[in-house]
Every structure is written in structure tokens, then in C-alpha cells.
Design a protein around this ligand. Structure first.
Ligand code: F3S
Length: 404
């Protein structure tokens, strides 16, 4: 790889040990992926910031780096392992919480911005079209690439840390035009309307495309930010999609020729394919737990949840997962109080996948509007999931059961 003078100086240790170690990681990766040079990036969104993911080895690595280094560019943090303010009230274990606090403090010392959310784009980190960035967290990566038209590979905790300390990444993968073209064409004949529809379509597309680039053709309605959020998170769960295009709706796909070759034959997503995905996530009977906010909810979703819960009481547990900055607005709007009065819990900074408390609660079933949550719930928590629309989830929570 050809390095600039400054990059070489970093590699030679002139900027300290943590920066040197970071540049070594990035150069090694660049060589593996055939990069000819580094590319400057403008910001980082770091995954691997939950103690549940890092364990002690990751915690020690980050603490060591924080002794002599500060971030060269802005870094926001993904969801962590606890609600930073209310961990005691919610019942997160003391030992785990203290380790998480140490980890967050080490990141803060280096200059991280603690949005603690998988939706940094709802919390102030909103890259422009064409901007080169280094993001982790699968649902955020796919949103940045596809909806915003920014450019990032799938970064893990160590590479995100290295990118923030050096301000660069190897020029490879989705930073290059040639790798952003579609590989699979999906002809959408069952129009997505509800949040569940977008989760189902995303799940289908992810299964089909794996880690490649699906292109959706024939989507008539303009998806909302919430629809895009749900769609991408599901694609990145059933597969490992980091970029998709919707012809006529995402910025790199004004028309078909811009994103996919004529030679690629379409696969149909119709009512039959829709029903096949739904069949994986069906149940009738008691609902112990409802999860909304995977990825973290927007203020519009908070409004909708509050409207559905006003004056009602929940029989099931309810977690609404959210970035703290969005929660602050929801507090001002009175939405949070309505949800809490109904018996729901508003969980900031974390989510059921990244925290560590659910086993204590003895839940067996979960209703969710998230394809990602439905996908992970059985393996992670032994929870049987049902995938529903937002309003159906809340109705199931109020009734304490769901009848298909
Ligand atoms: Fe976010 Fe946790 Fe889901 S990080 S996307 S709420 S698994």
C-alpha cells in the first residue's frame, strides 16, 4: 500500500502506541482486501461498545488505548449494555454495569460522543451523500450506505477504534463505485405498506442476497425513514446486507441502469413469498413481552406508541428502546409519561440484544415489529417471537395475548 507521509509517521509510532497499533491493523486489512491506499473519513460510529460484546479483553484494550490517545475525528457510540442513568431501577446487575461504565468512560476520555444508539442518524450523526465514513452496527451501516448514500464498510469494534484514532480506512469494499452495483434484482409485487411489511420484505431480501447488494424494483409508495430503518435492519439480520437500492427511492438508484446490469434476472417477491416469511414468526396465545425499537425508535414512533397506549394498561411487559436524545424530546412532548403510566418501560442506551437482564424475567414469548428482533430472539433469549405491526404489538401487550 502507498501511505502518505502522515500515515507512515503514524505507522512508525510518531503519534504514540495506540495510533501505531491502529495503523498496523488498518494496513494489514488493506493488504488483505487489496487496497492501494488509505482514504480519509469524516466520522465513525463504533459498535462493540457493550460490555456484553467486549468482555474483559475488549475493555482492557480500550482502556489501554485511552491512556495515550484521542480521536482524530468524531466518533459516536452504538448501543451499550445498560441504561446509563436508570440501570439500577431497571435491575441491571451491579458487576456488569460497573464494567460497562468503565468501558464508556474510556471511550469518553478519547472523545467519543455517547449517543449510545443504533440510530446515530436520529441523534445527530447524519452523513451526507458520498461521504466516506467508518460505521459499525449492521442496521446503521445499511441505513448510511443505502438511504443516505454515504460510504462505509462493515466495521467492527477494533477497526472502528483504529479508524477514529487515525482518521482513515483502507480504500476498498463499499468505498469504491464498482462494489456498489446491485447483484440481485427483486421484483416487488406485494407492496409494502406497514412496518411489518417492510420487515418481511427486508427479511426476504437479506436471505436472498446474503452479503451482496439487492435491488428492489416496483416499490410504489415512498418509504418513510422508519420504513427504511425496519427494512435495512431485517436485511442485515437474515443476511449480511450492507447496501441495497430501491429504484426511484434511494439516492444512487434514480433508475434501473444506474445500479444493476440488464443481464440479472429478477426474483419475485409476491404474496406467496410474503406468507412464507410470516410463517416463521407466528404464534397464538399469551404474550409475555413486547419489544419496540430495534433499531431504536424515532420520535414519530414514540408519538404513535403513546397514542395507542393513552389511558390503557399493559398486561405484558413492554420495552421501548430509544436514543436518550430522542427520549428527551419524547419527555417534553408527554409521550414518555403516557407509556410509563400504561406500565411500559422506556429503555435508553441499550436493547434486549446488547444488555444482560432478560434471563431473570422468565419471559417465553415476544411480540415485535422488528424483523431483526424476531430473528435473534429465539437464539439469544429462547423467546418465541411473533412479528406484528406496531399497533398490533401494542394491542397484544394490552391484552396480554395474541390470537392469529
Ligand atoms: Fe439496535 Fe439492539 Fe436492535 S442495537 S438494531 S436495538 S439489536
Amino acid at each position: 500500500m502507498t501511505l502518505t507521509k502522515e500515515e507512515q509517521a503514524m505507522l512508525d509510532g510518531e503519534y504514540g502506541k495506540a495510533v501505531q497499533q491502529s495503523m498496523k491493523v488498518l494496513v494489514t486489512l488493506g493488504k488483505i482486501y487489496g487496497a492501494e491506499r488509505m482514504i480519509k473519513i469524516t466520522n465513525v460510529h463504533s459498535p462493540g461498545v457493550s460490555y456484553r460484546v467486549t468482555g474483559d479483553s475488549g475493555l482492557n484494550y480500550v482502556k489501554e488505548a485511552s491512556r495515550d490517545a484521542v480521536f482524530k475525528i468524531p466518533m459516536t457510540l452504538n448501543a451499550i449494555g445498560i441504561d446509563y442513568q436508570d440501570w439500577k431501577k431497571i435491575g441491571f446487575p451491579e458487576d456488569f454495569s460497573q464494567k460497562q461504565i468503565e468501558l464508556s468512560e474510556a471511550y469518553r476520555k478519547m472523545g467519543a460522543i455517547e449517543v449510545n444508539s443504533c440510530t446515530p442518524y436520529l441523534a445527530g450523526n447524519f452523513p451526507r451523500f458520498g461521504e466516506h465514513i467508518a460505521w459499525g452496527e449492521s442496521s446503521a451501516i445499511v441505513f448510511a450506505n443505502s438511504v443516505l448514500g454515504a460510504r462505509t464498510n462493515r466495521e467492527g469494534g477494533p477497526t472502528a477504534l483504529a479508524a477514529a484514532l487515525t482518521g482513515c480506512v483502507p480504500e476498498c469494499g463499499l468505498h469504491l463505485d464498482k462494489n456498489r452495483r446491485g447483484t440481485h434484482l427483486i421484483k416487488v409485487e406485494k407492496q409494502p405498506v406497514t412496518d411489518k411489511d417492510y420487515a418481511v420484505l427486508g427479511y426476504f431480501a437479506g436471505k436472498l442476497a446474503g452479503k451482496d447488494v439487492p435491488v428492489l424494483e416496483g416499490v410504489h409508495n415512498c418509504p418513510s425513514i422508519e420504513n427504511f430503518k425496519t427494512l435495512g435492519a431485517a436485511m442485515a439480520s437474515s443476511g449480511a446486507v450492507a447496501l441495497y437500492h430501491i429504484i426511484g427511492h434511494t439516492p444512487e438508484a434514480p433508475d434501473k441502469n444506474s445500479v444493476i446490469d440488464d443481464s440479472i434476472k429478477p426474483v419475485v417477491f409476491g404474496p406467496k413469498e410474503y406468507d412464507e416469511v410470516c410463517a416463521k414468526f407466528e404464534l397464538s396465545g399469551p404474550i409475555d413481552f413486547v419489544v419496540i425499537g430495534c433499531p431504536h425508535v424515532s420520535i414519530i414512533e414514540m408519538r404513535d406508541i403513546a397514542r395507542l397506549l393513552e389511558g390503557k394498561k399493559l398486561k405484558s411487559g413492554l420495552w421501548v428502546c430509544i436514543a436518550r436524545s430522542v427520549k428527551n424530546l419524547a419527555d417534553t412532548m408527554g409521550y414518555s409519561k403516557i407509556i410509563i403510566d400504561a406500565g411500559g418501560e422506556i429503555i435508553c442506551d441499550t436493547c434486549p440484544v446488547l444488555c444482560c437482564t432478560l434471563t431473570q424475567r422468565n419471559y417465553k414469548t415476544v411480540a415485535t415489529n422488528s424483523g431483526k428482533m424476531a430473528h435473534y430472539a429465539p437464539g439469544l433469549w429462547n423467546l418465541q417471537p411473533v412479528l406484528l405491526n406496531l399497533d398490533e404489538c401494542i394491542r397484544a401487550g394490552i391484552a396480554g395475548k395474541w390470537e392469529a
